[in-house]
Design a protein around this ligand. Structure first.
Ligand SMILES: NC(=O)N[C@@H](CC(=O)O)C(=O)O
Ligand SMILES: [Zn+2]
Ligand SMILES: [Zn+2]
Length: 429
């Protein structure tokens, strides 16, 4: 038996912060209270630190197999633990595309063996993530997939999306949609607007996202499936989802930290660390995303952690791949810029990063703290400013526009099922 006592933390319990100790026995929280003792427990002093449920990130790219120079299951999960995440959803845009039950079963086993956090696996919607045949959703679910997604590209034809939503509904699997109409891209690499014109770069219009979203919401209504929109980026998408929810359509969605924090007018030069899909939109769009979270239209925050190599990202806006890393900076950036600025409460932020994502995807035993729950726990230092530096990153990807920023809320400890997955200044396995 192993026992740990987290002493004197500011613990987020049932929506309130209270100062108390947690006694963890093996994988579970055995006691919550004042002055807990046990002769055999390892005691970790977390005085004045925030003790939260391990965060849940529904959207990460682990690049394994196929692109392990960018990331691996091990490094991607270490990065998640460093950010306080204890459960992540891994996208299936890896090489080869895991579109058979056997491949999904292999990935699920590898995730469990090589990951330091809980890793839920997405199965692709279509074979090779290309137009054409669907994967076998029932077999994917049996093999361990928790949802389906073609993330990285939109499903271009309505017929495939309609069939996919019917299958998703029949198999009780959420369908997470990367919503992007290829025919409306016109070679764009950043948001269409004044900043793109200034930089002389081709733009991506909002309708590349929202026209396909409008189609999908109609199909979701027809089929009754759980449709989850990945990385919402435009004001029009927020409006469409708000209307769809009011009409009783089973739709949920996520927004990324970077779309909440940045807009296209902050792109000052040809720096591909600002290049991601969907692109950073206008300041008005950014504000609509914040408003959408606050009024419940947007359900949760997910990072879309998308590591690439330095060599790839050095190619500039036109040539480099889309995507930025996010696991290791999400909580501290959001805490610093939204909670400390009184735009979000700490309670709201923790909900959007833990309880809500677990709830909407029906993930059991995660996303909240309580007596008897699995000890997936993140501890954050809210009082000390630190600088975001790639030296501290455990991800192989350093492609972040936030390097050099000063933030509060760095992770000091992450426990996954009672075991240390990350400890500041300590060993990381
Ligand atoms: N977000 C990105 O810009 N890139 C993602 C794909 C995706 O999330 O669409 C990637 O896999 O690199
Ligand atoms: Zn995507
Ligand atoms: Zn993605």
């Amino acid at each position: 038996m192993t026992e740990t006592i987290l002493k004197n933390g500011r613990v987020w319990l049932d929506g309130h912060i209270q100062t108390c100790d947690l006694l963890i026995e093996n994988a579970k929280i055995k006691a919550i209270g004042q002055n807990l003792t046990s002769p055999t427990a390892k005691v970790i002093d977390v005085s004045n630190q925030l003790v939260a449920p391990g965060l849940v990130d529904l959207h990460v790219h682990l690049r394994d197999p196929g692109q392990t120079a960018k990331e691996t299951i091990k490094t991607g999960s270490l990065a998640a633990a460093h950010g306080g995440f204890t459960t992540i959803g891994a996208m299936p845009n890896v090489t080869p595309v895991p579109d058979t039950a056997e491949q999904i079963a292999t990935l699920v086993a590898r995730n469990a063996n090589e990951g330091v956090v809980h890793i839920k696996q997405y199965a692709p919607i279509t074979k090779q993530r290309r137009a054409g045949a669907l994967t076998d959703f029932a077999a994917m679910k049996t093999a361990g997939a928790f949802a389906v997604s073609n993330d990285g590209s939109g499903v271009q034809d309505a017929g495939s999306m309609f069939q996919a939503l019917k299958e998703a509904q029949a198999n009780d699997l959420p369908l997470a949609a990367h919503v992007e109409e290829d025919k409306l891209l016109f070679g764009g690499v950043m948001n269409a607007g004044a900043p793109a014109k200034r930089l002389g770069l081709p733009g991506i219009i909002n309708a590349a996202e929202t026209s396909q979203l409008a189609r999908d919401l109609e199909l979701a209504q027809q089929t009754g499936a759980h449709y989850h929109m990945c990385h919402v980026s435009t004001a029009e998408s927020v409006r469409l989802i708000r209307q769809a929810k009011a009409a009783g359509i089973k739709v949920t969605c996520e927004v990324t930290p970077h779309h909440l924090l940045l807009s296209d007018d902050m792109i000052k030069g040809d720096d591909a660390n600002f290049k991601m899909n969907p692109p950073l939109r206008s300041e008005q769009d950014r504000q609509a995303l914040v408003a959408g979270l606050l009024d419940g239209t947007i359900n949760c925050i997910a990072t879309d952690h998308a590591p690439h190599t330095a060599a790839e990202k050095q190619q500039g806006f036109l040539k480099s791949p889309f995507g930025i890393v996010g696991s290791e900076t999400a909580f501290s950036l959001l805490y610093t810029h939204f909670v400390k600025e009184n735009i979000f409460s700490l309670n709201q932020l923790l909900n959007w990063l833990s309880t809500k994502p677990a709830q909407i995807f029906g993930l059991k035993n995660t996303g909240y703290l309580g007596l008897g729950t699995v000890a997936d726990i993140a501890v954050f230092d809210l009082n000390t400013a630190t600088t975001i530096e790639t030296d501290t990153f455990l991800s192989k990807g350093h492609n972040s526009p936030f390097i050099g920023q000063s933030v509060f809320g760095t992770t000091t400890l992450t426990l996954v099922a009672g075991k240390v997955a990350y400890q500041k200044g300590g060993t990381t396995k």
